[in-house]
Design a protein around this ligand. Structure first.
Ligand SMILES: [Cu+2]
Length: 151
């Protein structure tokens, strides 16, 4: 009797497994990395002018897009006071080179530091996110945001 019940359970589990659509999205995918903006920190006040940003990226090696050999040669994008919601976690390509409408505030980088020049006094929002060699955000998105004040 116990054997028969176990057998039926096994069949039921197998049917359930087969009923699962192959392309079903998995909402609990672990992000492949973590970005930490180490300076300025959220809420910091820094001198206006040149603002040096530093960050860490866990688990992946950054590769300049220009020397990428495969899609997973990741780099990061930085957006200072530029709405990044159109790119972070989306399929939209971040414009590069001559197509970049704001090359001093929308940055492609394989480094862990960048200096924004001529940052005006006031409140600023910085977003950094991880992208594929194609300049498209990884999914689920890997990003960090800080708000800071310059004066
Ligand atoms: Cu890029």
């Amino acid at each position: 009797m116990l054997l028969r019940v176990t057998g039926l359970l096994t069949v039921a589990v197998m049917i359930a497994a087969c009923a699962q659509p192959a392309a079903s999205p998995t909402p609990t995918v672990k992000p492949l990395a973590v970005i930490t903006i180490t300076s300025p920190k959220n809420g910091d006040t820094v001198p206006a002018g040149n603002v040096i940003v530093n960050w860490e990226v866990s688990d992946v090696t950054l590769v300049p897009a220009a020397s990428a050999q495969k899609p997973e040669d990741y780099h990061v994008h930085l957006a200072l006071d530029v709405d990044a919601t159109q790119w972070v976690g989306k399929d939209t390509v971040v414009p590069a080179g001559d197509a970049n409408p704001n090359p001093t505030r929308l940055i492609h980088s394989a480094a862990k530091t960048f200096t924004f020049a001529n940052v005006a006094a006031g409140e600023h929002t910085l977003v950094i996110w991880l992208s594929l060699a194609s300049h498209v955000s990884v999914k689920p998105p890997v990003s960090a945001t800080v708000k800071f004040t310059a004066r």
